[in-house]
Design a protein around this ligand. Structure first.
Ligand SMILES: NC(=O)c1ccc[n+]([C@@H]2O[C@H](COP(=O)([O-])OP(=O)(O)OC[C@H]3O[C@@H](n4cnc5c(N)ncnc54)[C@H](O)[C@@H]3O)[C@@H](O)[C@H]2O)c1
Ligand SMILES: O=C[C@H](O)CS(=O)(=O)O
Length: 487
């Protein structure tokens, strides 16, 4: 697919604050790279404290009117934004592929997924119900209201440049909050396309702001600003902990969607073809760079050989290359350090007895950051591929004997985001699902993510949920009104 978007190496994009496109005044600029070719595709303003403060000024002012709109008025504006994103999904997908690397059809799929949060919360926002509670005192009445928390600061990662923004912004705006967003430095252009369409949809100035530039400086400015009442972060657990400590200074509400280390468990009574296809989807989506990608694969001993053969057959159908080309299934990793990390993890596994039983072609086409899809067997729990988040197309297969053993090994991690179980035995499915310490369980399903369901983790994979009605609660305060009467 040829891009119908002209990327000019020296094209300077602007950030979006208070309904204005600004940035020329910044002293420095950041290059945006294409990870498939290592070429510069544009530049963004390297903003910092002044721009971070200006965005909160705008959001704080806009909150006064946006929060007073009816839920239906906000819903209509969210749907105007939804329809514009839908009309421009190929353009946005192309921008995403150019800056993040995922194949363009997968990028367009992410735009649709991102958009589903807008349509879901455009409706959900109309159902922010309060309640009355029977008072024990005859002359009192108890009224409970749910109210928007206020100005929200959102900091998002590079691996899902559209969905990780709308999964926060859609419920926040539906609840009546206003938002300042800092996208990842690697993938700001998708965020700016969303802002362009929000402006076109008529979302008022200051309601949705996108600030680009110095991550720590912008984040610190928002953490210190008491007008920011909620921080919602998606990214690594390491950074999440830093932000959690900073949010304490002004007691901000906080949501954290952090790292993962997903086990993929194949029981000996599984439908092996279904499990192989489910593993392919879960492991190699976004070249393995998703927080809920399978990280460790546990196969019950008796069916190891037939399962690995099926998996190899499925993986051999995937094609690696530049995501802008037709028929590509696996694009590049985000940068060279990411490739180096996966190589380090692979070398560690081989050093500790791991065996490569399949490796795809090493794409030599361009100067990009490619890692060939690889299957390792003879994996043990002392390897880096079991202990750390791989974030690449490396499938690490270990075996186990019993249900009790695999549950203990699967839970033996500080993470608790997603886990996958393939079995055709219903009682076993529920027994294992209920014992796994994870916020998301894919039961015979390698792709559980959807706007209707709460997405989030146990333990060091995060706090709070995104998606479903749970995701709306994250942007609401509960107000209790006690009413004294003369009855
Ligand atoms: N749980 C989820 O839903 C989810 C989704 C996507 C990615 N992730 C996780 O994110 C990680 C990969 O994404 P990443 O490399 O962008 O993560 P990252 O933590 O390095 O960066 C995430 C965001 O935080 C910003 N940031 C970094 N340091 C900061 C600081 N000191 N102050 C303020 N902002 C700061 C970055 O600029 C970026 O915008 C993986 O661990 C992955 O598992 C989790
Ligand atoms: O990387 C983490 C994202 O949340 C992945 S998903 O698209 O929501 O599954």
């Amino acid at each position: 697919m040829s891009s119908n978007i002209a990327f000019h190496k020296k094209q300077l994009y602007k950030m979006y604050i208070n309904g204005q496109w600004i940035g020329d005044e910044c002293e420095t600029f950041i290059n945006v790279m294409n990870p498939a070719t290592n070429e510069v595709i544009g530049m963004i303003p390297n903003g910092g404290t002044p721009e971070a403060k200006a965005a909160v000024d705008a959001a704080h002012l806009a909150f006064k009117t946006w929060s007073k709109k009816t839920a239906d008025e906000r819903s209509q504006l969210l749907m105007k934004w939804f329809h514009l994103i839908d009309e421009h999904k190929v353009e946005i997908g192309t921008v995403m592929t150019m800056e993040q690397g995922k194949p363009v059809n997968e990028a367009i799929g992410e735009v649709n997924y991102a958009n589903s949060f807008l349509s879901w919360y455009a409706e959900e926002g109309k159902r922010i119900y309060g309640e009355t509670i029977p008072a024990t005192h005859p002359n009192k009445r108890i009224l409970i209201r749910k109210e928007p928390v206020g100005v929200v600061a959102a900091i998002t990662p590079w691996n899902f440049p559209a969905a990780m923004i709308t999964r926060k912004v859609a419920p926040a705006l539906a609840a009546g909050c206003t938002v300042v967003v800092k996208p990842a430095q690697q993938t700001p252009l998708t965020a700016l396309k969303l802002a362009e369409l929000a402006e076109k949809a008529g979302i008022p100035a200051g309601v949705f702001n996108v600030v680009t530039g110095k991550s720590k400086e912008i984040g610190d400015a928002w953490l210190k600003d008491s007008r920011v009442r909620k921080l919602t972060f998606t990214g690594s657990t390491e950074v999440g902990k830093v932000l959690m400590r900073g949010a304490a200074e002004t007691v901000k509400k906080i949501s954290l969607e952090l790292g993962g280390n997903a086990p993929f468990i194949v029981m000996d009574d599984a439908d092996l073809e279904k499990a192989a296809k489910g593993l392919l989807a879960s492991k190699f989506r976004n070249a393995g760079q998703t927080c809920i990608c399978t990280n460790r694969i546990y196969v019950q001993e008796r069916i190891l050989e037939p399962f690995v053969e099926l998996f190899k057959e499925e993986l051999s159908k995937l094609k690696i290359g530049n995501g802008m080309e037709e028929g590509i299934d696996i694009g590049p990793l985000i940068d060279q350090p990411a490739v180096n990390k996966v190589n380090e993890i692979l070398d560690d596994a081989i050093h500790k007895g791991g065996k490569i039983v399949f490796q795809g072609d090493k794409y030599e086409g361009e100067e990009g950051f490619f890692f060939p899809p690889t299957i390792l067997t003879n994996v043990n729990d002392q390897m880096m591929c079991v202990e750390e988040e791989i974030f690449g197309p490396l499938a690490a297969i270990a075996t186990f004997k019993t249900e009790e053993e695999v549950i203990e090994r699967a839970n033996n991690t500080v993470y608790g985001l997603a886990a996958y179980v393939f079995t055709e035995n219903l009682s076993r499915a529920f027994r294992i699902s209920e014992e796994l310490e994870y916020g998301i369980i894919g039961l015979n399903d390698g792709l559980p993510s959807t706007a209707q369901a709460p997405f989030g983790g146990y333990k060091e994979s995060g706090l709070g949920r995104e998606g479903g009605h749970h995701g709306l609660e994250e942007f609401l305060e509960v107000k209790y009104i006690s009413i004294g009467l003369n009855i």
